[in-house]
Write a protein that binds this ligand. Structure first.
Ligand code: PBG
Ligand code: ZN
Length: 329
């Protein structure tokens, strides 16, 4: 027997294991729950997303009911996505004063004063072509004209009462544009959490069904990052920090733990990871088939993300973990 290192000596009891555990347990203060709110005349609208069992498109009314239960269970933070009644090439629903996200924020703000409300800032749920920015007649994404619309969107979310805005469009210079716009509108203390390191990922498939935001032609590879690139992620992070981002998101999470770790070790800035729709759907599908112990895999996946260096985690499992008391508050 090797008498030097005896790994098992420190694994004998649950008490000892918890004493030496390096990564703190996942708590409600780590997690952010995404919601999809739909602009609809049907107050009872609540439609399960086929590829994301347990996740719903919700009317304002149903969103209020669902968030009320989750808040009772300890939910602290959410990120909102909107699905407008109509779409157009300019994505005007994104920055409409009475747009669906703006309405949802105002409603949630009055009912849940302490809930931390983050809004996703992008055009793709609102554009008829499904791209994250304006398109030229040739079908190219127009960077600078898009910045103005993103700034209007973020400012309108702030006016509605959002606590933080999270731009996910991947246009260049957007953090600087948003910061300037928010400051000019007197929201100098409103933080920006940038989806700085966002990959062109096939793991977003179920989200695009949920948000009805799939691009009608082409793909997002001309603005989202190549999954093969790690060092480029650091340049994206550096640019957004220089432009004034307050915290950063790496997205997706599970297949990109190396990126989370590198950003964590390189920059002293609060870091968030987005466990995206496809990561959720894979676990749900295998769980439903009895191929994995779903609850254990969920916690292990989140522990891995936290161990890699993300403090905040956006996860579709948040509500369920709280409801089943699988994490502490
Ligand atoms: C919109 C946006 C997307 C996601 C978050 N914001 C989709 C995309 O970029 O195509 C994906 C989230 C998920 O898959 O859960 N820009
Ligand atoms: Zn988008």
């Amino acid at each position: 027997m090797n008498t030097f290192f005896q790994g098992k000596r420190l694994r004998r009891t649950a008490e000892l294991r918890s004493l030496i555990r390096e990564t703190p347990a996942i708590t409600a203060s780590d997690l952010i729950m995404p919601y999809f709110v739909v602009e609809t005349d049907t107050p009872t609208f609540r439609k399960e997303i086929p590829s994301m069992p347990g996740q719903y498109q919700l009317s304002l009314n149903m969103l209020r009911e669902q968030v009320a239960k989750a808040v009772d269970n300890g939910l602290r933070a959410i990120i909102l996505f909107g699905i407008p009644a109509t779409k157009d090439p300019q994505g005007s629903g994104a920055y409409a004063e009475n747009g669906i996200v703006q309405q949802a924020v105002r409603m949630l703000r009055t009912h849940f004063p302490k809930l931390f409300i983050i809004t996703d800032v992008c055009l793709c749920e609102y554009t008829s072509h499904g791209h994250c920015g304006l398109l030229s007649p040739q079908g190219d994404v127009l960077n600078d004209p898009t910045l103005q619309l993103l700034t209007r969107t973020a400012t309108s979310h702030a006016e509605a009462g959002a606590d933080m805005v999270a731009p996910s469009d991947m246009m260049d210079g957007r953090i600087q544009a948003l910061r300037a716009g928010l400051d000019a509108a007197n929201f100098t203390m409103l933080p920006i959490m940038s989806y700085a390191v966002k990959y062109a990922s096939a793991y977003y498939g179920p989200f695009r069904e949920a948000a009805e935001s799939a691009p009608q032609s082409g793909d997002r590879k001309s603005y989202q990052m190549d999954p093969a690139n790690a060092r480029e992620g650091l340049r994206e992070a550096a640019a957004d920090i220089a432009e004034g981002a307050d915290c950063l998101i790496v997205k997706p999470a599970g297949p990109y733990l190396d990126i989370i770790r590198r950003v964590y070790e390189t920059y002293d800035i609060p870091l968030c990871a987005y466990q995206v729709s496809g990561e959720y759907s894979l676990i749900k599908a295998a769980g439903a088939n009895g191929w994995i112990h779903e609850e254990a895999v969920v916690l292990e996946s989140l522990t891995g993300i936290k161990r890699a260096g993300a403090k905040m985690i956006i996860s579709y499992f948040t509500e369920e973990l709280l409801q089943k008391r699988q994490i502490t508050l």
